[in-house]
Design a protein around this ligand. Sequence first.
Ligand code: DMJ
Length: 617
Amino acid sequence: MSKSLPYSVKDVNYDNAKFRHRSPLKVLSQSMLTLSTKRNYASCSTGKFLILILIFGIGCLLLISKGPNDSAPNEKGKVTFVGGLRLGKLLRKPPRLPPRLSPDEGQLRANGSNSDPKWAVRQQSVKDAFDFAWSGYRKYAMGYDELMPISQRGVDGLGGLGATVVDALDTAMIMGHDHIVSEAGAWVEAHLLERISQKDQVNLFETTIRVLGGLLSAYHLSGGDQGTVNMTHIGPKPDVYLNVAKDLADRLLSAFSSSPTPIPYSDVILRDSTAHPAPGGMSSTAEVASVQLEFNYLSAVSGDLKYSAEAMKVLAHIKTLPKTEGLVPIYISPQSGEFVGENIRLGSRGDSYYEYLIKVWLQQGGKLNSNFTYLHDMYTEAMKGVRHLLVRKSIPKGLVFVGELPYGSKGEFSPKMDHLVCFLPGTLALGATKGLTKEKALAENLLSFEDLENLKLAEELAKACFEMYEVTATGLAPEIAYFHTEEHSEDGLEGGNKSSMYAKDIIIHQADRHNLLRPETVESLFVLYRITKDTKYRDQGWQIFEAFEKYTKVKTGGYTSLDDVTEVPPRRRDKMETFFLGETLKYLYLLFGDDSVIPLDKFVFNTEAHPLPIKHT
Ligand code: DMJ
């Protein structure tokens, strides 16, 4: 997989040899060897004197080396001494050091296992939170898209397909919440086909990532697709989910077939399978380029290639368009097939374009020199562009963040970062190691220079994302943050936590102080924990979870978005977004759990956290 390696196998072995400790026996034998080859020295009196000093020194060394437990029995219950030292201890080879990992990192791995029961307890707390969120939704809003937990009713903000039910379903399967799987599964079986055939306008992207993605993941996790992961036997048979998914996707395809170019329209009228552009005529780049994981998987399991064919035309077409160092504007016209405007950002309308480039490539087997290599190339170029054009450091404390170019690369840089950008650390880390742990990827020489750069940036950005939480009075991030730089400064817009060392680096505008229970930061913490095994990511995830518990939980059931995270108590909004159950709680649960559940080298998560299996090639 890797072409240009930053170091060779020889370098790694050299590092190991260099740091390997020598045993006292080795010291003795090597000294004797040296002595015998330099026998001439012994014939003079100075030489004899030196030999005496050497023998005296070795004697002292042997005495000092006797450890406090030297008389403890070995595995067979026998204790064998040689001049005060256990023979086994002398003969035992010192452990090989792992390649290029600092002692600190080694320590982190040792502590990062699930052997600490604290994480099982914390994982259970997340599972309980999910139950509480579901109970509120079920009580007041079953069948609606979202719960309004404070007014205790439901609302259809996404077209009326019961989006919370489908978004939550695979999380319940992964957590082993059988009663929720059973309730949600029964609702899908009884109502969803009918809803799809009757409903009016839905957004292609939102419906694909939440509803289609949720159905396909439920299909797989309940044993469909030969049951690679058979997480649940509860609820409907896998084919129930697949049939609903096909019916929905058939209607969504009208967004592609109605458009004069490979770029689909943004809105679909479900009941008559027609489509039209959004008001203003433009589609969002992220939206048209973030339906491919779902349509590809549907083609793979249904045997009908039309879904994948339509969706992949979008990416093949975007490949041909001019870009700025791999970066693209956030709008694209379905009429002309061209990008519109110059606004470049990795926040809203731009984000998951970059995410799907690498994830679709991984889904299709992650091979270079395949039909999908162009996606890997587009991703690599884009991340280089991000590092060159969008990454800056804040002052005074130097947080690394990703800003925007609202007027293209020739225009002024804006130090604005949406919370949405916090998907990027996870995607960068995943793209670097392809889902393997950093340790394994290093040991197998799989990391190119680009991969190492991206991994480093991933860790730096994850810090900025976490500090967006730390800096506020509630410990919850605002929707948007600005960073203080040499060129950009604004006073009096701090987050309310004066003890944060980044209080001066992060600026929060009045209009951006809300929190919608978004997942991006905990998503990245989860991926980075899996890849680096650094327990600080778990600790940070726990801190965020505790803040959600403290400030967003609504007594009567469910969790709510907030209006202002910089005040305590925070003003509350009245909405539990579907992604709180579909993504935020799922990623937190996985962060505190075992790595073997939904392994990152076997699954890709769609942008709504629905895991889909990677194709075996
Ligand atoms: C989700 O619907 C998806 O993650 C999407 O890609 C971006 N926004 C929300 C969550 O914040």
